[in-house]
Design a protein around this ligand. Sequence first.
Ligand SMILES: Cc1ncc(COP(=O)(O)O)c(C=O)c1O
Length: 347
Amino acid sequence: MPNSLEKRFPNAKNIARTSISVLPTPVQKVCAGNDFSLWIKRDDLTSADYGGNKIRKLEYLFGDAKKTAKTEVWTVGAIGSHHVLATCIHAQNLGFKSAALHFPQPITEHVRTNIKALSTTHPKLHLIGHKTGLPKALFKVKLKEWLSTEPQVYYIPGGGSSAMGTLGYVNAALELCDQIDEGHLPCPDEVYVAAGTCGTLAGLTLGFAMAGKKIKTIGVRVVEKFVSNIPLACRLANQTSDILRAHHVDAPKLKHADFHIINDAFGAGYGLPTDEGMKCVQAYKNIVKLEPTYTAKTVAAMHRFAKPNLNILYWHTLSGADLSKRVQRADLSNLPDTYLDFFEDSQ
Ligand SMILES: Cc1ncc(COP(=O)(O)O)c(C=O)c1O
């Protein structure tokens, strides 16, 4: 089935893609007691196995990996990373082997659940002691790629945010435009979305520009600034635009001024909850499930910055898949010994 990008731009069918998601995801009108009108784009529902925003990127990344005859995917992320979990679950479903380079983050129940779920996918795991060791560890991975010592490996950068992965959110933006054109919602004035590695923000901004829709996409920065910033988002969008143009799809070049990032909802650090975020977790508990690291901070920023009388859309990026059965099957003995420390006080 063609996706929204391929329907509008048939040449995009020549870009490899492996379908692993259930699209389009619904949009929901919400009464959350605000003075703006609020809709939620439910990307929590992209897959029953494991959904959220990563799945849209992985469709293109696995497509590219298959096209280039790779059999193993390697990626990187924090120890509770949704991206690493999404990659390993869908890699297993598609018959790829997987490996991940992990770095530490504050340990919460949510993080422990993700590690347990990850253990069911049998990835090769390597944990570095501190985030500062990441450049060296990543360099080693890149060196293997450059020297082609592991020709079977497809390397997926953190958050799945390569130009290829970002195509998934160009498609997502065009999917929302279809829903607007079909009358499911009015055209939002502003879209709020979590900004980590910025692939989601870059893809949405590019996709709305391709559709000629005047929608201001606002990324809420939830990671350190050196990872998440406007020059980086703009460069990623333009690399994605290059892929599209190489396939004869009309995509514009964007400027820094086309991007918007809110910097002051981050709090004390990556993975550390903020008070305003935790209030939103409570306030939204009957609407969608928020977690402290990404989605709670994003919703809190939206409530702080969205102006009255506007049509606002919150793009929900957290997987809504039920992991309980997978967690029951968890086998911590599949994990390297160093990971057991994270469970010491939780039994
Ligand atoms: C739930 C959730 N939302 C948003 C993001 C950020 O997306 P991106 O890395 O594309 O900026 C992530 C990244 O890991 C995530 O797990």
